[in-house]
Design a protein around this ligand. Sequence first.
Ligand code: GDP
Ligand code: MN
Length: 381
Amino acid sequence: MKLHEYLSKRTFEKYGIPIPKGEVAATPSEAMQIAKDLGGRVIVKSQVLVGGRGKAGGIRLANNPQEAKKIASDILDMEIKGLPVRKVLIDEAANIESEIYLGITNDRAARKPIMMASAEGGVEIEEVARKTPEKIIKIRIDPLLGLQGYQTRDLAAGINLPREQWRAFGKVAYGLWKAYAGSDATLAEINPLVITAENELLAVDGKMVLDDSALFRHPDLAEMRDLDLEADAEIEAREHGLSYIKLDGSIGCMVNGAGLAMTTMDIIKLFGGEPANFLDIGGGADAEKVAAALRIILSDTNVKAVLLNIFGGITRCDLVAQGVVDALEQVKTDVPMVVRLVGTNAEEGRQILANAKMETAETLVDAAKKAVAAAERNTLK
Ligand code: GDP
Ligand code: MN
């Protein structure tokens, strides 16, 4: 789950990172009032969950409250990269001397968090990584020991930060590490972290991505979820307790169990197909869940065939089969379906599906081959 800039920065602030004074507004007059309270020049920033807002015109300087009102009104009418702007952050404008990048994410290969800094702040870090990777300084953090003082000094030295900033930089880096670990984040990023004309460090932008699987430990943050930015399918999946991840292929997969879902995706690829999604309907799925899963899969127009691979342990195959038949009455489709059922009441399940004229398969290999072939036929049609 991505956090909006203002929420990311508020989280940073809790961990001792200096941020500009500011408030969020949903209307132009609120924006004007906030600008008045801040007294002077402000920066009006669209709160949408994409990068490059600056370039897109979603970040503008206002010299007085009246101007802030006008700019807020313009920005609140915008769509940035397809996302509507519902809120603007009004921040005290900073006098920026230079911009630094500082971020932390997981390095899976090293099995450690990795902190990265660059003197090339304010631009997309992916760009820097591509063109001048040597300008990104990296350190890996031992999760048990935490970020060490010598490591932040290595970063500071690596980006040629003036000595007088080192202490403040260390505090920001340590705060970012604590914010990252304390929120179960997968990304915490300040881009740019600026040095102001007053020689202070200030986090003017903030971005956090939280681990969805750990959100239950952060109910305060979980309720900040912005539904605007999520695909309808993902919202519906969550409501029904399904794990769904959309992918780019053409074969929709409905599977019970995460391991089985991954196996199914692997075997589809083995036979030359591409999975359209990962979908785990979980154990004990009932007809209603199955119907929701099918609706979600078929809402993806790339899907040319669906492979249902169900292992009936706790789940009864006949109930799943009935769920599929019921769902197909609600969701009319001519997308071909291939079904493999194994386990409790599999025979009854297969009978129900055969009566509904669906293609069944005995083994997973057989099912994958049939699904790949069905998708190809349907694509050529
Ligand atoms: P992004 O484009 O979505 O990454 O949004 P940022 O918050 O990073 O803002 C983009 C750029 O706007 C920054 O790199 C700064 O150069 C500039 N900017 C942001 N806040 C201020 C501010 O308070 N004062 C000034 N002068 N520039 C700012
Ligand atoms: Mn930025």
